[in-house]
Design a protein around this ligand. Structure first.
Ligand code: MRU
Length: 365
């Protein structure tokens, strides 16, 4: 996607062929800064502190983290250490484990002298593949959007939660890819953007990237969606996911479940865009089996923003001594999801639905 006319991906290999570069998402929308990662520790820190975030991008960053580890030391010990270090950086998005297992399976049988080049090549492939997968999610989602009719007026109103746009992936996004393609195809579309407390990925990232692409949008408080749905102002919801189970339960940013409940109560279709590495075929019950990341209470108790003079400051919003809890994700049961939109097509959120697109994942009888 373009930023002020210049095409960008979220992560790429630097000109020296070793350093990895990525957009620092903790500084948006106020500052556009590119960070360098030179070691596996740099990559791990960037994932943990959410310099890079969003399930597919976490996977891509982890793949490059393995390449950085191999550039430092291509030994078996380093391979095991880098895998363990990166895997512990964030617990919920399964793309992280998918990418790390992929790299380890590729590198382990190779002689150590061949590992560095193979790791960089595979990390670059994962990035290219993610961009293409997301473009295809956009195409399939566009097919769904073309079937929807506005409830009011001339334009379709979408509602999205968190950031599942190009910043959350390598390019295009998952939930936002269909929106970009609809907009580019001339379909009048407007997006209600949940601010997504506590880290405000909607207000800071989704609004920023939609604005850069010229997509009409309005940021709303997280609790406004149900009210808008009751008043016919939302034609469909579309979100991304950090892990979707074999039977179609969808884990995504905290608050997604409440939007799905409100959508069901108001007859609003609720779509989830996802690439295949986000499907965890090893589990079924998302509510019981997905580890939900608990982040620091300070993300809730302090908010940051830009003052009129342009300075970015953080302020406390809680009374001194009040504890805060910060679960970062929740699980929307498959029954509340209208359809899953993947790179292979659109399917019901169920094991049968997913297997109709991924028959190779059927369990041996
Ligand atoms: O905590 P984050 O910002 O990494 O959470 C991101 C989300 O929940 C996204 O909606 C999800 O990763 C899908 S991204 C394409």
């Amino acid at each position: 996607m373009k930023v002020d006319g210049t095409p960008y991906r979220t992560i790429w290999l630097g000109a020296d062929g070793r350093t990895v570069q990525a957009i620092d998402q903790t500084l948006l929308p106020h500052r556009f800064v590119v960070r360098d990662f030179r070691t596996v520790e740099d990559a791990e820190r960037a994932i943990r502190t959410m310099v890079v975030r969003g399930a597919p991008l976490i996977g891509a960053a982890a793949a490059y983290g393995m390449a950085l580890a191999m550039a430092t030391d291509p030994s078996d010990a380093m391979l095991a250490r880098a895998h363990a270090l990166l895997l512990a950086s964030r617990p919920t998005a399964v793309n992280l484990r998918w990418a790390l297992d992929d790299l380890r399976a590729l590198l382990a049988p190779l002689p150590s002298a061949a590992r560095r080049e193979a790791a960089y090549r595979r990390a670059a492939e994962i990035c290219d593949e993610d961009a293409e997968i997301c473009r295809r999610i956009g195409e399939h989602g566009l097919g769904e959007i073309r079937r929807l009719k506005p409830r009011q007026g001339e334009r379709l109103n979408a509602l999205t939660h968190c950031n599942a746009g190009w910043l959350a992936t390598v390019d295009w996004g998952t939930a936002l890819a269909p929106i970009y393609q609809a907009h580019d195809a001339g379909i009048p579309i407007h997006v209600w953007v949940d601010e997504t407390r506590p880290r405000n990925q909607g207000a800071s990232l989704t609004a920023w990237e939609l604005g850069k692409h010229g997509v009409p949008h309005t940021v709303i408080a997280d609790n406004a969606g149900g009210h808008l749905m009751q008043h016919g102002k939302v034609d469909f919801c579309i979100v991304g996911t950090d892990r979707t189970t074999r039977r179609g339960d969808v884990c995504n940013k905290i608050g997604t479940y409440l939007k799905a409940l409100a959508a069901r109560d108001n007859g609003v279709p609720f779509y989830v865009g996802l690439p295949y590495p986000t499907i965890d075929w090893t589990i079924e019950d998302g509510h019981r089996e997905i580890p939900i990341e608990e982040r620091h209470a300070a993300e809730l108790s302090r908010i940051s923003g830009r003052t009129e003079s342009g300075e970015v400051v953080a302020v406390d919003v809680l009374p001194e001594g009040s504890p805060a809890a910060n679960p970062a994700f929740d699980v929307t049961p498959a029954r509340l999801v209208t359809a899953l939109i993947t790179e292979r097509g659109v399917c019901p959120a169920s094991e049968a639905g997913l297997l109709s697109l991924y028959p190779e994942q059927a369990r041996a009888a």
